[in-house]
Design a protein. Structure first.
Length: 342
């Protein structure tokens, strides 16, 4: 990953990067909501002649059919190995667009322009790309770093309240696993009470934490696994919710996952009840859910078994030993897990 740009009104910098570094065609991947909202801005900063691929919004878009559609569109428009893909949107767009670019003609360059807080603090950073398959979150994917990332804080003012709030899940998680002072900062106010400058500090803080972790373990073999806190339960909850008429947003499911995995940590004697309560209070104050929907425990266990963090049938859990501290590769007995799920 060559460049990360964070600030307000920085979207124009994309055109500078294109002039300096790009020799081939441009392909824009976005979703219907973002394209409608930012059509005028896109016209100002990108060449008139570009391949525009507009996808439906939502988690259901993260599938192999969508990737095939992107490949087909790139092929039909003569895109080659010099083509640059621009992923403009939330985490779904950076995941699926990054995967499509990374596999087209064995890989072409792409940049991420995250338009949601969740994508700015987490999904667009770190080089993970992928799609959901057979009901399993992010089962198919590849590690590949974007050429650059542009996090424009101005985009955040366009988000619905629910989507803005869910972004705080990953920011709070970064504090829980790696930096108590950052946790204190990001939980000091309710999401809507942070001003633009403070939001920029939150994005910078999360990006620095995540990029620092990823730098030492890009392929998820060791330390990077601390980023998985809340995601073993969270991904299972999210996948089950997608099968209902009230699907959870990714950040909402991870919030539930963190609350439950903090409780697992407490049941194993790794963290005090007081610190678990502080974690839960921080999530609750941010307007994030703590309680799992009424899913059968066995359904959760079944989803967990297909989790990609499983090795030889055993899940390697990331748990917490205090606010600002996490440990990886922990084994959790089914009885403890069931007790935490109650």
């Amino acid at each position: 990953m060559d460049e990360i740009h964070i600030g307000s009104g920085i979207i124009h910098k994309i055109s500078r990067l294109i002039v300096v570094r790009q020799q081939g065609s441009i392909a824009l991947i976005t979703d219907q909501a973002v394209e409608k909202l930012l059509r005028a801005k896109i016209a100002k900063i990108l060449p008139e002649k570009l391949v525009k691929i507009v996808l439906p919004k939502g988690e259901q878009t993260k599938n192999i059919e969508t990737v095939q559609r992107i490949w087909q569109k790139l092929l039909e428009n003569g895109c080659d190995r010099q083509t640059l893909v621009i992923n403009l949107g939330g985490g779904v767009i950076s995941d699926v667009g990054g995967f499509a670019a990374s596999t087209y003609m064995r890989g072409i360059n792409f940049i991420n322009v995250p338009t949601t807080l969740l994508a700015q603090v987490d999904a667009s950073v770190g080089g993970k790309t992928g799609i959901n398959f057979a009901g399993v979150k992010n089962l198919i994917g590849i590690f590949n770093q974007p050429l650059a990332i542009f996090c424009d804080i101005n985009f955040l003012s366009t988000l619905p309240d629910r989507e803005f709030t869910e972004g705080f899940t990953e920011a709070i998680k970064h504090g829980i696993i790696a930096d108590k002072a950052y946790f204190d900062f990001v939980t000091a106010k309710k999401p809507k009470d942070f001003n633009k400058k403070e939001l920029e500090e939150i994005v910078v803080g999360s990006v620095n934490i995540k990029a620092g972790i990823v730098k030492g373990d890009e392929k998820d073999a060791g330390k990077r696994k601390i980023l998985n806190f809340g995601h073993t339960i969270g991904h299972a909850v999210e996948a089950l919710s997608q099968e209902t008429d009230k699907p959870l947003l990714h950040g909402e499911a991870i919030s539930i996952g963190m609350a439950i995995e903090a409780k697992i940590s407490q049941l194993l004697g790794l963290i005090s009840k007081e610190e678990v309560n502080r974690i839960k209070k921080a999530l609750d104050n941010a307007g994030l859910p703590l309680q799992m929907p009424d899913f059968p425990t066995e359904a959760i266990l079944t989803k967990i078994k297909s989790d990609k963090k499983s090795e030889e049938g055993k899940i390697n859990w990331t748990l917490v030993t205090g606010i600002g501290k996490a440990i990886i590769n922990q084994q959790v007995d089914n009885q403890i897990l069931k007790k935490a799920l109650i």
